[in-house]
Design a protein around this ligand. Sequence first.
Ligand SMILES: Nc1ncnc2c1ncn2[C@@H]1O[C@H](COP(=O)(O)OP(=O)(O)OP(=O)(O)O)[C@@H](O)[C@H]1O
Ligand SMILES: [Mg+2]
Length: 597
Amino acid sequence: MSDNNSNHDHLEPQLLAAPNTLLSLLQFLSPYKRQIFIFLIALLITAGITLSIGQGLRLLIDGGFADKSEDNLNTAVLFIIGLAVLMAAGTYVRFYLISWLGERVSADIRTAVFDHVITLHPAFFETNRSGDIMSRLTSDTTLLQSIIGSSMSIALRSGISSLGALIMLLATNFKLSLIVLLSIPLILLPILYFGRRVRTLSRQSQDSIASVGSYAGEVIQQIKIVQSFTQESFEKAAFGEEVERAFSVAKKRIGQRAILTAMVILAIFGALSAMLWFGGRDVMSGAMSGGDLGAFIFYATLMALGVASLSEVYGELQRAAGATERLMELLHAPNEIVLAELITADVVNLQASITFNDVNFCYPSRPNQAALTDFSLTIPDGKIIALVGPSGAGKSTLFALIQRFYESQQGNVQFGGVDIRELDLEGLRQQIAVVDQQPTLFTGDVMYNIRYGKLGASDEEVIDAAKAAHADEFIRQLPNGYTSNLGEQGVRLSGGQRQRIAIARALLKNPRILLLDEATSALDAESENKVQLALDKLMKGRTTVIIAHRLATILHADQIVVMDEGRNIAAGSHHELLANNPLYARLAALQFSADAV
Ligand SMILES: Nc1ncnc2c1ncn2[C@@H]1O[C@H](COP(=O)(O)OP(=O)(O)OP(=O)(O)O)[C@@H](O)[C@H]1O
Ligand SMILES: [Mg+2]
């Protein structure tokens, strides 16, 4: 647990400095150049057709009605029908491709972010709440998908048709076009001003939604604790507060957008009325034909609608920028475990020994509190070392360092005499299997959970491992045997059963180094005996470090190391330590007395 890990924490500031524009999306769009190209062509075709309707309108008014020629009318209508068919086809292609692109890009981003996050150093997850990360992966990418798939499409379409309409306006009547041009800044100013505020609020909005999600997630995961301490009403109130916070940010955001839309509409209709007034006078005085005015109003409306939907969409695009920003931060979060540039040895050829050389280590979230101090220890190949010490002495921390979940600040950890920072990280971890103090399992069946140790293992191998871990018997008694679902994090098993599944999983991995964090509390005498038998099998022929709480384990060990406050204070056999080390003698009297009788 980290000190900063309070419920209301947001992502660490270090995360907030990453690149933050929609431009970073380009990298994800670039593999789909072909689709984008076809989309653009369809877009141009449909925009061209929309614009040509204005000309059709002019012909209809000036030619069809005015000249009373039925032939002209027929040709015009046929022409329009032809255009409509082309328009439908173009719209189909355009809509399909852009929606496809939205889905595709958000799927790609989701994968890229997950792929990156899953390799990050564990300390990252102590300072960033899992709920926040989940929300980025799900709701931010969904937002992005809907925005690329719809808003961006609307933006492009409106942009192109407004531009085309403007050109046609200028070609039709220059004087009236000036009115349109003058009104454009009136429309754009509020868009730019409010758009920026919408963007900031949108980011806050997404952050607070994430916060709601992770609050609920934690409470639901710990539901038994909440209920047993009868803190439901406290949690209701606290959750209600989170929800209200999210609501009030959202309210601010939609308030800004509503103002934005209203102002744009006002500006547009103001300009349209001015145009009607000037244009109507020109038609009356004969300076301009009715068809021209009709076409002009058509183009002006087209342009106004385009600009209006641009303004609407601009807010959406700002939201997308907010979501992209959050995703890119996560995608560029640096990994503090730096992979070796030069791998000096192949770990497979090294002896399976572990050495700590004068290691000083503090957890990153507690830089002022040493978890290990001047810690030195050699664990020879093939030997069993038992670690003993009071709670908080740093025993589990040693395991984390051996697996290189954290980097020591001073000194080093060696595998077979080589600094682990010079080894291939994956190769190193492949040599090691861990059975944790509180083994956690995945949602899934027994087969899946054991096979996690070695994905390619056959059913027979899995069952053999379960047998060796003395788990086969209880597994067969589960409702569906090996295909019984274990529930989230394996909640449907007892502590001792979970531990034996974890042992089977470790056995299947067949590691050279075994790290066992014993948890006696989870076990009754009988399953303790079974777990012990399983462990004996597991330890055979491997280098084993075992955090020992049981006398039986300690008697098995080749050497016992006593730890206190992050230091290695003594090493020797049970009897040597009993005689020479008061801390050990005390621990032994307390911890092992139950075993002794
Ligand atoms: N992720 C972490 N972030 C910050 N501090 C931590 C973290 N994990 C452990 N610590 C601290 O480091 C110290 C050593 O913890 P460690 O888990 O190694 O103890 P331990 O010897 O395994 O104890 P126990 O027998 O209770 O399991 C403790 O003071 C603990 O509070
Ligand atoms: Mg521990």
